[in-house]
Design a protein around this ligand. Sequence first.
Ligand code: GYE
Length: 331
Amino acid sequence: MRTQSVRWRAAAVLASVLLVGGVAACGNSDTGGGGSKDDGKITMGFSQVGAESGWRTANTTSIKESATAAGVELKFDDAQQKQENQIKAIRNYIQQKVDVIAFSPVVESGWDTVLKEAKDAKIPVILTDRSVDSADKTLYKTFLGSDFVKEGRLAGEWLVEQKKTASGPVNIVELQGNTGAAPANDRKKGFGEAIAANPNLKIIASQPGDFTRAGGKQVMEQFLKANPKIDVLFAHNDDMGLGALEAITAAGKVPGKDITIITVDAVKDGMQALADGKFNFIAECSPLLGPQLMDLAKKVHAGEEVPPRIETEETTFTQEQAKEALPNRKY
Ligand code: GYE
């Protein structure tokens, strides 16, 4: 990945040289999308999901900082977790003739029409963080983000190893991300497939907590009321796990001991909970997508081919590893 990003950077430099020299002469070519200005500066319209989690905040910061560093003019819209707001923002960007549209789709389905509109306007689209389920892969140039199935699988495999000597049933509750979101669907899938290795491991309840602390707390309260024996919580992100901690403590149980807690993301607050022994394991999901996104924007604007799928590099953390990593954690 690192060599690849060095290569992108080199390509980006080359692309900007070409752009400065080229765009003025030939105006906004087909490959360059519908850009409104001829100053060689790329304008990107970005539609963000919302501000639901620590991950999302770090992701937004990464995108804004990287745009400034790369000299990309960024138009940014926060959709407040609503698909209709994202569609509206994308249509605005098309009307404004931005050079590149990038967005993180709140749910997987229902994007074909607006993506087709962007394609007809010759504005390249880059998916970041989350993908869409459109059958027509020509509707977007590339998808930059994590392998969410793998994250769920890593979480599940860790649990299988921990519980390999369990002689009786291990009751698991699951806090899902927002309904229909790629990371919710995929983390559920990966985790479910991994724990199938041990029939003692059973998901006894699974509900969306919308990736928020408030959602995690509220749903965990319900889980605790309805189920006298909960051994494990798998939360699709740190924030829901952090919300659940409050519910677990309020119910007189000790998080990390009475209930094993596994989450995804590894943002600072999550890592702190892990280092403090309240969480037991985190599968990392990197929000720092900004630099790669800007490189890709320059490439697609220059009409260069880019790989259709670019995966983020990630790891996992135990409590000991979290203690080590925490002092240098940037987000
Ligand atoms: O895990 C969660 C956020 O799409 C990967 O969205 C992202 C997820 C992330 O709200 O915290």
